[in-house]
Design a protein around this ligand. Structure first.
Ligand SMILES: [Zn+2]
Length: 477
């Protein structure tokens, strides 16, 4: 009997077949839709159940980590310096195979496990479970190209250390709680707050009367006002980012990728402020690989960017030149899903040295599958997202107006999927995932499991479009 001869009703994921010594490993799916790891031969795992001449194991965190111990390409790794990188956030834990299909033959290095502390709180998942989903997804697809694992938007050092313990390789520090809104300060208050900073004298020496000759930009100079604003706005944030970095360095012996992100703050990061933040991080010994400024314009979740494209291009040019001037690091575009207007600019201005993060857009692809296959369930999801909207919108940059969304019962079945496309309903759905997964998570996963190939194809198409927009995707995607 070969391993392909499974009992009726069982499905083998052909790409997952791997041999190690005398043992064969693969992912199978029972008639109930549950996936399991099937091993024929000796295994180092415990807790298996005898089945068809081998053993079945549930897809637990421990089994994922053990599997990665056997097949080294399933262990998260650092992003290769010379390749652009793309974060495929997966809130449901089912999307990785579709993400891998989207990659095709691109040169983009994927970060397949990427969730923030906030997302995990809303989805009820842990960093370990997020990583396990990515490992099983990569295994199912037979993907050996390597991937990163990003503990995103870390606001507490303990959270960073927890992710480090599990094997994350990429840590995104979010020091936004330490960023000061200087726009609200009077000149007097600004001076007082600057003087109160422990490094204020040092910063005067470092930044005033000192031109920074950046070949592509000419000379950048800090006026006193510009220094005070940059230092008061970001000084404490830099200290916090350095503290988290030191804690991680003590815990992780073999190096890690570190990103500092200030994208979720109210006002854009000017090029001078970027210079200040990045240079201070460097001066404090923080070897960050990626920086996420708050860019100009409306960088909202799940919809294209809106704003003055020429201004964006000018500022991006300056940000990219500063990143090169300070030794070269990625510019990171958060809320990066569906920003089709910006992708060519990002690739061109950074000379391919970018990182893009997406997450909610994959959840929306999943909802399209529901809209096409289970209209009444989709209506329930829309209703619940609407009722959760007021609470959910507080922590996101979005502009949706629920009043502009048509009464869900008046929308015909075959028009439902268009609600996932339209601006207002798209954003309401986008931020409603916490409530929806809380109430309907199991049912949603069942619907996706019964339309698995359609789900993967949707992800491959939509994320593939992102990668093509970034001018690096293979035409066959
Ligand atoms: Zn972000």
């Amino acid at each position: 009997m070969t391993i392909r001869d499974l009992p009726t009703g069982w499905q083998l994921y052909e790409h997952s077949l791997q041999k190690r010594g005398d043992s064969t490993f693969c992912v199978v799916r029972g008639s109930d839709g549950e996936k399991e790891l099937y091993v024929r031969g000796k295994t180092p795992f415990s807790g298996g159940e005898a089945f068809a001449g081998g053993d079945l194991y549930p897809l637990t965190v421990q089994v994922a980590l053990d599997l990665a111990g056997i097949f080294p390409w399933l262990t998260p790794q650092r992003i290769p310096v010379e390749r652009p990188s793309f974060g495929f956030g997966d809130r449901l834990g089912l999307a990785t195979p579709g993400h891998i299909k989207a990659l095709g033959k691109t040169n983009v290095f994927p970060v397949l496990a990427q969730q923030s502390v906030r997302e995990n709180a809303r989805t009820g998942r842990t960093f370990a479970e997020v990583l396990a989903s990515a490992i099983f997804g990569a295994f199912q697809e037979g993907y050996k190209g390597g991937f990163g694992a990003d503990a995103d938007h870390l606001k507490q050092v303990e959270d960073a250390l927890e992710a480090a313990e599990i094997g994350y390789t990429f840590f995104t520090c979010d020091p936004s709680e330490h960023v000061v809104d200087v726009e609200k300060l009077s000149g007097e208050e600004l001076r007082e707050r600057f003087s109160a900073l422990s490094r204020s004298d040092e910063w005067r020496d470092e930044y005033l009367d000192r031109p920074f000759a950046i070949s592509e930009l000419g000379e950048l100079r800090f006026t006193e006002d510009a220094l005070l604003r940059a230092a008061v706005k970001y000084g404490a944030a830099v200290e916090f980012a350095a503290k988290m970095y030191r804690a991680l360095s003590e815990r992780i012996a073999h190096g890690f990728d570190y990103e500092v992100s200030v994208d979720e703050t109210d006002y854009p990061t000017s090029p001078l402020e970027h210079l200040f933040v990045a240079r201070e991080l460097r001066r404090q010994g923080v070897e960050f690989v990626s920086l996420a400024p708050r860019f100009v314009g409306a960088m909202e979740k799940g919809v294209d960017w809106r704003g003055d494209r020429d201004q964006f291009k000018r500022e991006l040019h300056a940000h990219a030149a500063i990143a090169r001037f300070l030794g070269g690091y990625r510019l990171s575009l958060h809320s990066g899903s569906d920003k089709f207007t910006l992708y060519p600019l990002l690739h061109e201005q950074t000379h391919g040295c970018w990182h893009v993060k997406t997450a909610g857009t994959s959840y929306l692809v999943a909802l399209e599958v529901v809209a096409r296959n289970d209209p009444s369930f989709f209506r329930e999801i829309m209703q619940l997202s609407l009722s959760a909207f007021d609470a959910a919108k507080k922590s996101y940059h979005i502009s949706a107006d629920p009043a502009r969304i048509p009464q869900i019962d008046s929308v015909s079945d075959d028009e439902l999927a268009s609600l996932v496309e339209e601006h207002d309903s798209r954003q309401v759905l986008h931020v409603g995932y916490g409530a929806v997964l809380g109430q309907f998570g199991d049912k949603l996963k069942k619907v996706l499991a019964s339309h698995e190939q359609e789900h993967y194809a949707g992800l491959a198409r939509h994320l593939g479009r992102h990668l093509r927009g970034l001018e690096v995707a293979d035409e066959r995607v």
